[in-house]
Design a binder for this molecule. Structure first.
Ligand code: AGP
Length: 606
């Protein structure tokens, strides 16, 4: 929900922090700030403002950039509105603090420590800074240990003490912090992508351990003060690839990267024409012995789960439910050791999904996580992990993460079909022949992006829109609707087209924009008939149809032929077309496609 960075080393810290914060703005971008500490003079400089990192850069431009130790933060407001005062870092006496998470008992702490008159902001973070300062008598570890005993909630705290030059301290509970050696210094951040191109290996700060960042050393201590060896992992993608390249927005770059991302996600899992999950170490008995599957996820990740449900229920006589993670544990789900829980998450840090997964595991369910970020909290919580190879996804609107999640799910379901005897060799071969075609079919759509751009231009003035389809088309359109609404702010509703006539069709009037996908052979005729129902009430219909389908002679505002695949694989070309539609509407409306209002890339509050 917020982005945190810290650096100490030989380089001027201000630029290091500003550049890293820009790479973390996808995590939250309503205000930003940094604090630097000059090791020689002990002078602290604190700069913060409502607005973007570029606004922060402006207010730092005349600073003499001589300090080499500092912390930075980009915020997605939770406690307290968007204001300079509420921006981080927060200072209390010798303590300078940035924080990502939610301190649930911050009001009680205000009373307990009688802080009210000391506080200048409405944030929970400033309360933590004041408590740290209350306990700080020159021993950072002691202050940190005493403070966290009072904290309820999630936190990634990075602290700088004004009398401890060149050293940063960090501790976390749930909210992420990673650290690395970065050329001439050491760096920490909320996400690997901000650790700098010079970083080759990184460590995930274990929960409730104190990290010390020194100019030339990263130290880790348990709460008893015992030093422990940090565990480093390779950074398996080129973090400099986080740049936009020649694209105007990350979203377009990431849409275009999908064919390669799918290939990268498949390549290690298809060996000699067979699905091979050895690298994921998921035992076959996991897939053979479960008697129900439950997906827990949020947003786009949940929509990937809906596609998996269509696959599972078409292949196995098995119950499968797909739950919003934030609702999951309040519905008293029936779970036991025969339940396989699939936790799907791009970031691996979505707290709704993490808490739901912990709940499911407490009930005895087995778990497989489908994750894009290595070493993330959900990955570490799950029995097994299938990592997608989408690479860093910076745009808030998820695109390549979604389609690589689909590939992982297709492979998992395919393996399950094999071990359960549903697939013989021939069936597995045919299934894989279709799956490995997905990148090329998506590329065919990408090569016609200008066609979709033309269609998008017709929707720019829409206030509301509908997306209608049945079965797998409906699942595809739920994701298409989320894309369009989150980047273009057009209120878009995906609707099962057969259900429309039971009330909602009352909203269809002259020129109401309706997007329809028709890709499923067994549903085609009914879908076309539902489309005619809205057309007869004046709707302006944009139709994305499998190219091999012959269309009834009806008037469509636009028709886009989707490259044909076997029905269940049509999610790949159809999703890319809907992503492009959303992207171009947002871009042509002049919006900030990558950072839509009110959103953040990683939602670490419940
Ligand atoms: C989708 O475009 C959004 N970015 C959002 O719905 C996202 O999919 C959701 O917050 C889940 O995030 P995760 O995959 O990182 O868990």
């Amino acid at each position: 929900m917020c982005g945190i960075v810290g650096y100490t080393g030989k380089e001027s810290v201000t630029d290091q922090l500003l550049d890293a914060l820009e790479l973390l703005e996808y995590r939250g971008y309503d205000s930003a700030g940094l604090a630097t500490l000059n090791g020689e003079t002990g002078k602290v400089k604190l700069r913060k403002c409502a607005g973007r990192v570029k606004d922060l850069r402006k207010i730092c431009r005349n600073d003499k950039k001589i300090s080499t130790c500092g912390i930075g933060h980009t915020r997605w407001a939770t406690h307290g509105g968007v204001s300079d005062e509420n921006a981080h870092p927060h200072r209390s006496g010798d303590v300078l603090l940035v924080h990502n998470g939610i301190i649930e008992n911050y009001e009680e702490l205000k009373d307990h420590f009688m802080l009210h008159k000391d506080l200048k902001s409405q944030t929970d973070t400033e309360v933590v800074a004041a408590v740290l300062n209350r306990f700080y008598q020159g021993n950072p570890h002691e202050a940190i240990c005493r403070t966290i005993k009072y904290l309820k909630g999630t936190f990634a705290l990075v602290v700088m003490f004004s009398d401890q030059p060149d050293i940063l301290y960090a501790i976390r509970n749930v909210s992420p912090i990673v650290a690395a050696y970065n050329g001439d210094g050491t760096m920490l951040a909320s996400d690997v992508v901000a650790l700098g191109a010079a970083a080759e290996k990184y460590m995930v700060v274990p929960e409730y351990m104190i990290l010390e960042l020194h100019k030339d050393e990263i130290k880790l201590f348990d709460l008893d003060g015992k030093q422990c060896e940090p565990e480093f992992m390779d950074i398996d993608w080129d973090t400099t690839r986080g740049g936009k390249g020649s694209y105007p927005f990350y979203m377009e770059k990431e849409i275009m990267e999908q064919p390669d991302a799918l290939k990268a996600t498949m390549e290690s899992r298809i060996v000699e024409g067979k699905i091979d999950l050895t690298a994921d170490a998921i035992p076959d008995e996991f897939l053979r012995d479960c008697n129900r599957i439950c997906v827990i996820a949020c947003g786009t990740a949940m929509h990937a789960g809906l596609v998996a449900k269509v696959l599972v229920q078409s292949k196995f006589n098995m119950h499968m439910n797909v739950e919003y993670a934030s609702e999951f544990m309040y519905g008293n789900p029936v779970l036991d050791e025969k339940t396989l829980v699939l936790a799907i998450s791009q970031s691996g840090e979505t707290i709704d999904t993490l808490e739901a997964l912990k709940y499911a595991r407490r009930q005895g369910a087995k778990s497989v996580a489908i994750i894009n970020v290595k070493g993330s909290s959900i990955a570490r919580e799950s029995d097994y992990v299938m990592y997608t190879a989408a690479g860093p996804e910076i745009a808030v609107a998820s695109t390549k993460a979604y389609t690589t999640q689909l590939v992982a799910l297709f492979l998992l379901v395919g393996r399950m079909a094999k071990v359960r005897g549903v697939f013989d060799e021939a069936a597995e071969k045919e299934y894989l022949e279709n799956l490995v075609e997905a990148p090329a079919k998506m590329l065919e759509v990408l090569e016609q992006k200008n066609e979709i751009h033309k269609i998008a231009r017709e929707m720019l003035d829409a206030k509301d829109a509908f997306m209608i389809g049945r079965g797998l088309d409906y699942s595809i359109l739920l994701e298409g609707a989320l894309k369009l609404k989150e980047v273009s702010y057009i209120h878009t509703e995906a609707y099962a087209s057969g259900e429309l006539k039971h009330g909602t069709i009352a909203l269809i009037t002259e020129n109401t924009p309706v997007v329809a996908t028709v890709t499923q052979t067994n549903l085609k005729d009914k879908e076309l008939s539902n489309i005619r129902e809205v057309q007869s009430r004046g709707a302006s219909v944009v139709l994305f149809v499998k190219e091999s389908f012959d269309l009834a002679d009806a008037e469509y505002a636009d028709v886009f032929a989707l490259p044909a695949m076997a029905d269940e694989f049509m999610v790949f070309p159809a999703s890319v077309a809907l992503q492009l539609l959303a992207y171009y509407v947002s871009m042509d409306k002049g919006l900030d496609v990558d950072k839509p209002r009110n959103l953040a890339k990683v939602v670490t509050v419940e």
